[in-house]
Design a protein around this ligand. Structure first.
Ligand SMILES: NC(=O)c1ccc[n+]([C@@H]2O[C@H](COP(=O)([O-])OP(=O)(O)OC[C@H]3O[C@@H](n4cnc5c(N)ncnc54)[C@H](O)[C@@H]3O)[C@@H](O)[C@H]2O)c1
Length: 336
């Protein structure tokens, strides 16, 4: 029996495939390669010693899904495939609702039809919007600030409703800020689209491909005035999916978990840690706040610890060292 991993050629997906294979599971990847390269699948083959089965197609296409479930013995699903740019979702809300929710609905429908036991869904801290209490727990108010965040919250609700009415159980993982790469340096963040997160941009400056890092907002009420986020190693995150597939959530039909480290770092702290890790000077300049940016957010991960037996173990230093290792050895990827 195999686990279907949609978006398995992407950043979090490829590391999740490694974690699943290391846990002894068979994996089938479904990816349309809209934000990934086929070379990631080759690299995965080297990391896990066997090339996972790959289907190229749209996770929102019922015919593609039916063919995948007919052609493979699938017993569980990890659904990562999605468009994920907040800014793009503001410009193209209908495209985001159609793509991100279409895939959730079609996948849930085929999973129910094929009597699949568990679906694990990639959700996001974006569902919380601007947190009113810190750290953010799963019971904190959910007020997404973008169509992207809305698609994640609606995706959770659709799956919870589908699970309540069928044999399916659904586990939603609200990721905080994934950073890092596999320690082998063979897989990492390698999108075909644009890189917009903080650490990839820092790596671009470190590699000399950008003059300086723009730090958006230096007047927040934080330790040094810059925004605080909860950065979590992508390998820790990947291992969270294995725990989520195995977890007994009964008598609930669905359950939501935060995945982060439980502590935050400011932009300037990440920058200083990256300079130390790379041994390079990383010039920066302070810029205006960006509209929509949240001041500070970090996760309360006690539910994942208690119920999934999962806890992030890797430090910010390891995240940056692994990210840099991949970026340096893959010119053109991860901004380097
Ligand atoms: N990276 C983050 O900061 C972050 C944070 C919170 C949540 N998430 C969520 O985690 C998931 C994975 O994110 P990521 O950073 O690995 O992104 P990614 O873009 O690297 O991976 C997504 C993968 O899905 C594929 N894909 C997109 N739409 C598809 C479709 N309709 N059918 C088939 N394949 C499709 C892309 O080609 C890509 O390989 C997404 O659902 C994202 O919203 C990411």
């Amino acid at each position: 029996m195999a686990t279907l991993v949609t978006g398995g050629a992407g950043y979090v997906g490829s590391h999740t495939v490694v974690a699943l294979c290391e846990a002894g599971r068979e994996v089938v990847i479904l990816d349309d390669f809209s934000n990934a390269h086929p070379r990631t699948v080759d690299a995965l083959g080297a990391v896990v010693d066997r090339r996972p089965a790959v289907v190229e197609g749209d996770a929102g296409d019922p015919a593609v899904l039916e063919a995948v479930f007919d052609g493979h013995r699938i017993d569980s699903v990890v659904h990562l495939a999605a468009r994920k740019s907040v800014a793009e979702s503001v410009a193209d809300p209908l495209g985001y609702y159609r793509s991100n929710l279409g895939s959730v609905i079609e996948l849930a429908a085929v999973a129910v039809r094929h009597r699949i036991g568990r679906i694990v869904f990639s959700s996001s801290a974006a569902v919380y919007g601007t947190p009113t209490e810190m750290p953010v727990s799963e019971d904190s108010p959910t007020v997404p600030q973008s169509p992207y965040g809305e698609t994640k919250l609606m995706g959770e609700r659709i799956l919870a409703d589908a699970a309540a009415a069928s044999q399916l159980t659904a586990v939603m993982l609200r990721y905080f800020n994934p950073v890092g790469a596999h320690p082998s340096g063979l897989i990492g963040e390698d999108p075909s689209g644009e890189l917009s997160n903080l650490v990839p941009r820092i790596m671009q400056v470190a590699a000399g491909r950008r003059d300086r890092l723009e730090v958006f907002g230096a007047d927040y009420a934080t330790a040094d005035g810059t925004a605080v986020r909860d950065y979590v190693h992508v390998t820790d995150l990947a291992e969270g999916h294995v725990a989520a597939l195995d977890a007994d959530i009964s008598p609930a039909r669905s359950r939501v978990y935060n995945l982060g480290t439980g502590s935050g770092a400011t932009v300037l702290q990440v920058l200083a840690a990256a300079a130390e890790t790379t041994g390079l000077t990383i010039p920066h300049e302070l810029a205006e706040r960006r509209p929509g940016d949240v001041e500070a957010t970090w996760a309360d991960c006690s539910r994942a610890r208690a119920e999934l037996g999962w806890q992030a173990t890797r430090s910010l230093h390891e995240m940056l060292a692994d990210h840099w290792h991949f970026a340096r050895s893959h010119p053109g990827a991860s901004g380097a």
